[in-house]
Design a protein around this ligand. Structure first.
Ligand SMILES: Cc1cc2nc3c(=O)[nH]c(=O)nc-3n(C[C@H](O)[C@H](O)[C@H](O)COP(=O)(O)OP(=O)(O)OC[C@H]3O[C@@H](n4cnc5c(N)ncnc54)[C@H](O)[C@@H]3O)c2cc1C
Length: 599
């Protein structure tokens, strides 16, 4: 009998995770940190080096040469081959190191999108789903940047409803080539791509298939560069396929399996958005610390004002907490990958299934990584005042660039629905999540207020709140499901509320597991541990408010009579007031980072 794996996506909701079972950012090796530094140095030299005012005015059409020059230099530095195995000329980085790479990439503003597309959605379909011939033919040239890549899923009438695309691939009478016809839109890197991963339907299939399409095949026309709000130096065009002949051997993966492939590639893209968000937030924090310390108003640095400290404390706490979630997921993907390889999966299967396992966590992190990055950029402008609104400082560019992350790789609404749908699928269809057993424990939990960690009292109330957030999610899911049955998924407002509660449980748990693990590690100073604890506490304080509002909204939307009263009473006791002083906690965090100059 195969032993039951502990690495089950979504299972965080049903069990108590030990700090020893999570990876924390403080555990990155020197080698992994060198990857981070390599990318950071590149971005500071090549992008920031030209002056942020200049970067803010770069345009994918007018400044194509500059964009391509940086793309080429990035390729020469090895930045295009991070996720490609060494045998094909890449760096073959593990998934979590790839997330660290992505965090550093975010310093490149629009160029992060350009290189991110090359190393993620534009090439991973071949890395994960390609056969040996396809990998040998394309990956070495992708790793060196000789082939620039793009990913073509979206169409004018098929955005969130991606499987409804009209692009068609029909085998020619000779049986040698598929003839591709259709229109793709919003294609990142499309203006200069040599390779297009195209999702299209074969004949009258209901589901998409995927194809590797070279520009050199012919029959490809490009639209003009889109005029966008942000990421202006990143190329985004429409791509038209007119009887484009694709050799039969360029079908990627199996016929009709392209939609699953597209979604799984997006799982990886989603957690990468969160990793980029962490990088953007940390960088933004350094900029605002610098500015707030030197800007004098009323005779003192603005950093001394409580209103500014509150913002800085929040940015620092959010970046710390999200970082905890991102690298927890990344390490779990790596562990699952190794487990699958050991149990006999092929290299491709291990990569694909390890990623798919953590679809819930990737969606959660994408939503909150992108939303935190947008609010950080907004608050950064506020701290900079009028100078934040000026193109000179680069802060307004960060604000415009950040906004896209709530839209692409699945909008945040779609990701909220997806996190719930995936949970229900795993709980009720595939039964990978043993919800019934866990469900039985909920009333006991509530009655006894059990603390899973017991012990010395360190973080006891916090872990209790984390468990309570999980219970709140399970109770409302159960009670709303009982009332609405299958109609629950149609009540999207309630689904959005539940998704937020689920997310708060995962993210706060990740932060406190990190702090708990840190408390047992040698070399951690008391001051460092104290501040990291306060960062997690500050986030929890707000997370509980989010959960209270979401829970009240959900319950008031489906429940009535005595059951409404009963559920509300239980939820109120689980989400009781959290007894910390939010002002002092954030101030302490702000003072610490203001002194240190960074997170
Ligand atoms: C700069 C940029 C770069 C991009 N790069 C690429 C790329 O490289 N390759 C690629 O294939 N695509 C790319 N995209 C496309 C991107 O993935 C889509 O824009 C995104 O998936 C949303 O699709 P849409 O724009 O058609 O919005 P729509 O699907 O029309 O959505 C509009 C609104 O309706 C909501 N909505 C839609 N369906 C539902 C539903 N069922 N329930 C509730 N709400 C719903 C959405 O959340 C959103 O708020 C890019 C887009 C941009 C702007």
């Amino acid at each position: 009998m195969p032993t039951q794996s502990n690495l089950v996506g979504g299972s965080f909701l049903l069990k108590t995770t030990s700090p020893n079972d999570v990876f924390i950012a403080e555990e990155f090796s020197e080698e992994q940190k060198m990857v981070f530094d390599l990318v950071k140095d590149f971005m500071l030299r090549e992008v920031h080096g030209m002056g942020l005012e200049k970067v803010a005015t770069l345009d994918a059409e007018k400044d194509r040469d500059k964009v391509l020059e940086i793309f080429r230099k990035a390729s020469e530095t090895g930045l295009c081959g991070v996720s490609i195995d060494e045998q094909y000329g890449g760096m073959g980085l593990g998934f979590n190191t790839g997330l660290l790479y992505t965090e550093a990439l975010s310093l490149g503003f629009s160029f992060a999108t350009t290189i991110g597309c090359q190393t993620s959605i534009g090439s991973l379909p071949i890395v994960w789903y390609g056969n040996e011939e396809q990998k040998a033919k394309y990956l070495p040239k992708i790793a060196t940047g000789e082939l620039a890549c793009s990913y073509c899923l979206t169409e004018p009438s098929a955005g969130s409803d991606a499987n409804s695309g009209k692009t068609k691939a029909v085998l020619n009478p000779e049986g040698t080539h598929y003839l591709l016809n259709g229109q793709k839109m919003w294609i990142t890197n499309g203006g200069f791509a040599d390779l297009f991963i195209v999702f299209a339907k074969m004949d009258n299939d209901e589901k998409l298939s995927a194809f590797i399409v070279e520009k050199a095949f012919g029959g490809i026309e490009l639209g003009k560069e889109e005029k966008k709000m942000g990421i202006k130096a990143s190329s985004t065009v429409q791509v038209f396929f007119n009887n484009t002949p694709i050799p039969k051997e360029n079908l990627l993966g199996e016929r009709g399996k392209g939609f699953n492939m597209a979604l799984n590639i997006l799982n990886s893209g989603r957690i990468k958005i969160a990793a980029g968000g962490v990088g953007g937030m940390k960088f933004g924090l350094e900029k605002v610390i610098d500015y707030a310390n030197q800007r004098i108003q009323f005779g003192v640095p603005i950093a001394s004002f409580g209103a500014i400290k509150q913002k800085i404390g929040k940015i620092a706490s959010t970046a710390f907490v999200l970082e905890s979630g991102v690298y927890r997921v990344g390490a779990d993907v790596d562990k699952k990958h190794d487990e699958l390889l050991k149990s006999g999966s092929s290299g491709n299967e291990a990569k694909i299934n390890a990623m798919r396992e953590y679809a819930i966590e990737c969606a959660v992190m994408k939503i909150h990584g992108s939303e935190a990055m947008c609010s950080t950029a907004d608050e950064s402008i506020q701290i900079f005042g009028g100078m934040g609104y000026s193109m000179e400082t680069g802060v307004e560019m960060a604000y415009r660039d950040a906004r896209i992350t709530k839209i692409y790789e699945g909008t945040n609404e779609i990701n909220r629905m997806l996190s719930l749908a995936e949970f229900y699928k795993r709980a009720f269809q595939t039964k990978e999540l043993k919800i019934r057993e866990a469900g039985k424990e909920i009333p006991m939990n509530v009655l006894k207020n059990i603390n899973p960690f017991g012990g010395n009292g360190f973080l006891e109330p916090e872990f209790q709140f984390v468990e309570n957030l999980k219970s709140v999610f399970m109770i409302i899911t159960g009670s709303a499901g009982g009332k609405l049955k299958a109609k629950l998924v149609e009540e999207q407002e309630i689904v959005m509320n539940l998704a937020d509660i689920l997310a708060m449980a995962f993210i706060t748990e990740s932060a406190f597991l990190r702090v708990k693990k840190l408390s047992t590690m040698p070399g951690i100073s008391k001051a460092d541990l104290d501040i990291k604890t306060k960062m997690a506490q500050s986030y929890l304080y707000d997370a509980l408010d989010i959960a209270r509002t979401a829970a009240a909204n959900a319950i008031d939307s489906y429940a009535d009579g005595a059951s409404k009263w009963a559920v509300k009473r239980v939820i109120k006791s689980l989400l009781k007031p959290y007894n910390i002083n939010p002002k002092d906690t954030r101030r302490a965090v702000a003072d610490f980072v203001l002194e240190k100059g960074k997170l």
